[in-house]
Design a protein around this ligand. Sequence first.
Ligand SMILES: Nc1ncnc2c1ncn2[C@@H]1O[C@H](COP(=O)(O)OP(=O)(O)O)[C@@H](O)[C@H]1O
Ligand SMILES: O=C(OP(=O)(O)O)[C@H](O)COP(=O)(O)O
Length: 399
Amino acid sequence: MAIRTLDDLALDGTSVGVRVDINSPLGDDGHLADDARLRAHVDTLSELLERGGKVTVLAHQGRPGGSEFEPLEAHATRFDELLDAPVMYTDATSSAGAREAIDNLDNGQALVLENTRFYSEEYMEFEPARAAQTHLVDRLAPHFDAFVNDAFAAAHRSQPSLVGFSHRLDAYAGRVMEREIDVLGNIDQTPTPRAYVVGGAKVPDSIRIIRHGIEAGLADTILTSGLVANVFLMADGIDLGEEAADYIMEKDFWDQIDRAAELLAEHGDQIELPVDVAVKTEGKRQEIPVQELPTTEHGDVMDIGSETVDRYAECLESTGTAILNGPAGVFEDPAFQRGTKGLFQTVADTEYSVVGGGDTARAIRKFGIDGFDHVSTGGGAALAMLTGQSLPAIEVLDS
Ligand SMILES: Nc1ncnc2c1ncn2[C@@H]1O[C@H](COP(=O)(O)OP(=O)(O)O)[C@@H](O)[C@H]1O
Ligand SMILES: O=C(OP(=O)(O)O)[C@H](O)COP(=O)(O)O
């Protein structure tokens, strides 16, 4: 891949359109509940500003009709606090007012435009050449001298602001994008043996990751946890009880049990399943060996048990690279955090560790676990890369 980075961009009063991904959880009153994605882009934006760029930030927040489909004013205010440069905001994306605000920027000043998805074409996916003709790109491109894409977390979307500008302007990867491509795009170069530590609740995605990891020779061992492990346990013939089965049914994951059974039949020697689990009994955590399931009184399987954490830790001791996606249990409930805390800490202690996933990153921050070599800013984008898919917004940067 030949992707230009900020090292290749000369800046001297240059007007740069910078696409970032600052799509963030919002509190009830619309304030930013978590600013991690904003902080991730500080290096890119600071560098462009310090080197004398006139920086216009483009980003989306939420999805049309959703509760987090909000303006970017709070984001601009936070950037103003995080950056050593004035950051302005305009509640327009490509209107004459927005274009005038871009043209009025001085060197070293930044402007955050309004949520790109307030404009309807931005929530559609286009071939890049067609995206370059959309109203948003058509109106804004003449006001930029260069385009920087730092929005790795949205790189799996072929939406106008992500793929359109590269057809009209010289385009560069920002520092976040560069590092994500460097790490996730070179997973086959990391120390071996490799273990995929796969948990969470996106079972179909996880099963795709596992299959790709094994078949591409990237993963030597798979350690399952979370809802993913529940599906594998059921595929292995374990009766988890009525509540767990109902939940799998409710999530429409019934066919995933067949996919998991196929993987166990073909590659069972590489896939580890929990030996004990934590269930909710009268509101409390109770750990049960898998062989003792189902018990009549227990509720859903909410976490992996302590014995499983120890076994996985042993396995990870001889691992070169651990690639982690998905919490080991329902970590939002204090009674079911133990598996996630224990397993994540062990992963952080391996020789080289890479982590992807929105909830995974949130759990890491919540528990203050340090020591990972790379925590991806992407959820779906990181998953797409780990399943070997090419990402449209990265493809268009490849010159
Ligand atoms: N055993 C389980 N049963 C139900 N949900 C689970 C279980 N273990 C983990 N989860 C849920 O998985 C969710 C996170 O999974 P996911 O969205 O796949 O992670 P990520 O965003 O990191 O990719 C959490 O909300 C957590 O409560
Ligand atoms: O938050 C994002 O992705 P993620 O939920 O996979 O982490 C990106 O901003 C993409 O958002 P989208 O999934 O609404 O296109």
